[in-house]
Design a protein around this ligand. Structure first.
Ligand SMILES: [Zn+2]
Length: 71
């Protein structure tokens, strides 16, 4: 889950831009989303790399392990 580092809640985050990268026209390799917090105005970016199964965030958002990927 992605949360605002200032507000410490995902409640006010909005996706302002979303991009998906394809390979061979069908397989999703990478997902890129830009977020903006409508409460405090912070912005950040979330990227998911399908090939490496890696998530990364930058800016004023953070990934929380509220729901662990590996139980
Ligand atoms: Zn915020």
């Amino acid at each position: 889950m992605i949360t605002c580092t200032n507000c410490e809640t995902p409640q006010f985050l909005q996706i302002t831009q979303s991009r998906v990268y394809f390979e061979d026209g069908e397989v999703i390799n990478e997902l890129s989303e830009s977020y903006e917090c409508t409460l405090c105005g912070s912005t950040g970016q979330y990227v998911y790399d399908e090939d490496r199964d890696e998530e990364a965030v930058s800016g004023d958002v953070e990934l929380t392990t509220e729901r662990p990927k590996f139980a």
